[in-house]
Design a protein around this ligand. Structure first.
Ligand code: IPE
Ligand code: IPE
Ligand code: MG
Ligand code: MG
Ligand code: MG
Length: 324
């Protein structure tokens, strides 16, 4: 859709403008920051913020600073996530940690986080408190979600614990993007709450699908290390469902894998085969579609004209069919 492409283009232009502001930085530091921002990504978060704002107001040029702040914040989480997950591929290229080492990656992430705050400082006074409070609460929940994630699957999680973790590491950011759009759009308290709820449902579906892509996508298509979650013994939805549904022999293989200190490529294949045999991907897709449906119900209950909801609906459909 033209509107979405137009917003994406403008986000890219604004990010380039931010990069030009970094002119005082050490050249090789600037290079590394530029490297991350040049690897575009889908720009989902700023798009969600702007599409949420667009439900209530038209002048989207007024809110690009906040939209770019949210994309920079997301990039900060990715750069630090790749250190934690020991990943060497992202968006089809080498990760910052792989190219320049963890120390540089920590600082590249930090500066993106600081720049996100700096951009939010431009928010007009009447929205500032609300936006900073949504943003900082979200940041804290995201750290907690990532903390639960890095503990790995040593203690096997229940579905409830898994959902709690992915709400933190993924969904609260999408939800906050929609809520910030609503605040800037001066939405009613109820619509603001509904948009946050929409983001939580969308984020949960999005992370379940991300777990699926880790196992069932090609590196050349998704741009990340595939099967890295299995290698890292991550608490993914696939693993939890396989433990729930597996027979004794399959469960034993999974527990042996979880208790080994050295996960071999053979073990990674064995775990994938268990997922295949149990058709875990179908279960995951079914659950993800329930969350998409819940997201759609949130859109339905927004008190704006149906026509105004079109772009948001269209964008969510695009997310559902993503390959990366
Ligand atoms: C990746 O997010 C991290 C997750 C929350 C799963 P995206 O898939 O939105 O990453 P980019 O920005 O498009 O690369
Ligand atoms: C994403 O989790 C959460 C954050 C980046 C905060 P993942 O570790 O699954 O994300 P990818 O798969 O590396 O993008
Ligand atoms: Mg991770
Ligand atoms: Mg990761
Ligand atoms: Mg992942």
């Amino acid at each position: 859709m033209d509107e979405i492409r137009g917003i994406q283009k403008k986000i890219d232009e604004e990010i380039n403008a931010v990069l030009r502001e970094y002119c005082l930085l050490d050249k090789s530091f600037l290079n590394a920051v530029q490297y991350v921002l040049d690897l575009k990504g889908k720009r989902i978060r700023p798009l969600l913020m702007i599409l949420s704002y667009r439900l209530f107001k038209d002048d989207i040029n007024a809110v690009f600073n906040q939209a770019v702040a949210l994309e920079l914040f997301h990039n900060f989480t990715l750069v630090h996530d790749d250190i934690m997950d020991n990943s060497d591929r992202r968006r089809g290229k080498e990760t910052v940690n792989n190219l320049w080492g963890n120390d540089v990656a920590i600082l590249v992430g930090d500066i993106l986080l600081v720049q996100a705050h700096k951009l939010l400082l431009s928010t007009s006074g009447k929205f500032m408190n609300d936006i900073m409070s949504v943003f900082t609460d979200m940041s804290m929940k995201l750290c907690e979600g990532q903390f639960i994630d890095i503990k790995g699957a040593y203690e096997v999680a229940s579905t409830d614990q898994y959902i709690y973790m992915i709400k933190g590491k993924t969904a609260v950011l999408l939800a906050s993007c929609l809520e910030i759009g609503a605040i800037l759009g001066e939405a009613s308290a109820n619509d603001r709450k509904m948009l946050y709820e929409l983001g939580i449902n969308l984020g949960i579906a999005f992370q379940i699908e991300d777990d699926l892509l880790d196992v069932y996508s090609e590196q050349s298509v998704c741009g990340k290390n595939v099967k890295r979650d299995i290698l890292n013994k991550k608490k993914t939805f696939l693993l939890i469902k396989a433990i729930e549904c597996g027979d004794n022999e399959q469960k034993k293989k999974i527990y042996d894998y979880l208790h080994t200190t050295n996960v071999t490529p053979y073990m990674v294949d064995e775990i994938k085969q268990i997922y295949d045999t149990l058709r875990i991907s179908e279960q995951c897709k079914r659950i993800a579609s329930q969350y998409y449906l819940a997201a759609e119900n949130c859109i339905k209950s927004l008190s704006v004209k149906e026509q105004a909801k079109e772009s948001l609906r269209y964008f969510i459909k695009l997310l559902q069919n993503r390959k990366s």
